[in-house]
Design a protein around this ligand. Structure first.
Ligand SMILES: Cc1cc2nc3c(=O)[nH]c(=O)nc-3n(C[C@H](O)[C@H](O)[C@H](O)COP(=O)(O)OP(=O)(O)OC[C@H]3O[C@@H](n4cnc5c(N)ncnc54)[C@H](O)[C@@H]3O)c2cc1C
Length: 422
């Protein structure tokens, strides 16, 4: 028996066209696009639905971590991916008053890719979907907004989506919700994430990069704020960490006040040709920092992965990495069942079981950093002249061979390194 919502919908909206596939993936972000490629190369019929007409959304993070590069290498794609213009982040450091402090040095890791590639996400997604298109069993539909799930007898049998030419129905053995932090699929199945209170928000904007600027990312702390600078080749991607809810106050103070605050944190960059490029609030996006995870990622016929299953805080910039790792684990576990066209609930549960612990560990680490370190900075450092000092013990630990590489390993690979099975 179909559920009531679905029956009503069918009466009011007749689909234009009905199609059958094996795996329907909602959302062509990092998680959905990579999963689509991995299944397509196994010969599994896959349809990837993306609500936007292109991949060009600003400020979504451009970090391709060593673990993702290793997975690309397993696919024989890493060298080609790295021909796309990108910058390389070899370490994460802070300018403290008692000298620079390197929290994570990726060069100390045993990997062919001891760096985070700062590669525009739009190019990454275009690259992955272009690869997937080489397989005739893969189809990408852009401008396809999923609005309904097809549910019969408690089993999700696919989706109904709206495209430019009207409604379509896509029936599938498995539906994957990879539709990000505001997941529509998650809402449609009524799953409620467990939220952890967060004390900060982040403003994102760009500043021009000059030829003699450093290449490595950097961080500055002062005036109750943290400023992060990430090299995006032509520009700096700036992340300005503010206390939660502080955006309205900042906006009321106006853009000149924001430019002044940034200039105080970065006096050497205070020249008008750099700072005055921020002219309108629409150049500044606000990321409301969230950290949450679903108690359950699946229902019969449906799996949620990536931000749809767990929204990651920006601490360490690991959201893309973890979303792609979910995709790899989902492909490892589900390829064989999809080949025979039968997905059991226990297969879907296995994906969650394999991913849940790493997610909980990294979210715990992020929450610790946020509550113990970042929140203290935001609250207590109220004076721009107040120096940030790193304790000698911390400096000692970070130099140790094994313990000292822990932050770099956690950021680069996560608590568990994920490999592609086949
Ligand atoms: C401002 C900002 C900066 C960030 N910086 C970083 C960073 O530096 N490093 C990092 O690792 N992470 C960063 N993140 C987090 C990172 O973007 C996410 O963790 C990552 O993109 C999650 O990937 P995903 O594929 O699960 O979801 P998303 O990337 O959100 O992709 C979801 C896709 O689904 C599509 N979609 C949504 N609804 C529908 C629908 N109904 N029908 C069809 N399609 C739909 C969306 O258009 C989107 O393309 C940042 C996030 C933000 C907001």
């Amino acid at each position: 028996m179909q559920n009531d919502v679905q029956t009503q919908t069918q009466q009011s909206v007749q689909p234009l066209h009905t199609e059958q596939t094996t795996c329907c993936i909602v959302g062509a972000g990092p998680a959905g696009a990579v999963l689509a490629l991995l299944l397509a190369r196994q010969g599994i019929p896959v349809v990837l639905l993306e609500e936007h007409m292109n991949f060009d959304r600003d400020c979504r993070g451009d970090t391709i971590h060593p673990s993702v590069l290793q997975i690309m290498d397993q696919l024989g794609l890493a060298d080609r991916l790295l021909t796309i213009p990108h910058a390389e982040m070899h370490s994460m450091s802070l300018d403290a008053s008692d000298g620079p402090f390197t929290l994570a040095d990726f060069r100390r890791l045993k990997t062919r890719f001891p760096f985070i590639a700062m590669l525009p996400q739009v190019h990454f997604l275009e690259f992955i979907t272009t690869e997937a298109k080489r397989y005739p069993n893969f189809r990408l539909v852009m401008g396809a907004r999923v609005e309904k799930l097809l549910e019969e007898d408690g089993y999700i049998h696919g989706v109904r989506y709206r495209a430019q030419d009207g409604w379509h129905e896509l029936r599938a053995t498995l539906t994957v919700g990879a539709d990000g932090r505001f997941s529509r699929v998650r809402k449609l199945v009524g799953f409620e994430p467990i939220q952890t209170a967060q004390s900060m928000d982040v403003l994102w904007f760009r500043l021009p990069r000059k030829a003699n600027d450093p290449t490595e990312p950097a961080g500055r702390i002062g005036g109750g704020h943290i400023l992060i600078m990430l090299n995006r080749d032509q520009d700096w991607q700036m992340g300005y960490v503010i206390p939660k809810g502080g955006y309205q106050k900042l906006r009321a103070a106006g853009l000149p006040a924001l430019r002044r605050e940034i200039s105080q944190l970065l006096p050497t960059w205070a020249e008008p040709e750099r700072m005055d490029t921020i002219q309108e609030w629409k150049q500044v996006s606000i990321l409301s920092v969230e950290s949450s995870r679903l108690p359950r990622w699946y229902r019969p016929g449906l799996l949620l992965i990536g931000d749809a299953a767990h929204v990651m805080s920006p601490v360490g910039g690991v959201g893309i990495n973890y979303a792609i790792q979910d995709a790899v684990v989902a492909a490892n576990v589900l390829t064989e069942p999809l080949k025979v066209g039968k997905i059991r609930l226990s297969d879907l549960a296995e994906v969650q079981r394999k991913r849940e612990l790493p997610i909980r560990i990294i979210q715990g680490f992020q929450n610790f950093m946020q509550q113990r370190v970042i929140a203290n900075v935001l609250v207590s450092v109220v004076n721009f002249n107040e120096p940030l000092k790193i304790s000698p013990l911390m400096r000692f630990f970070i130099k140790l061979p094994l313990v000292g590489t822990l932050p770099a390993r956690l950021i680069a690979f996560g608590p568990v390194q994920v490999h592609l099975k086949q």
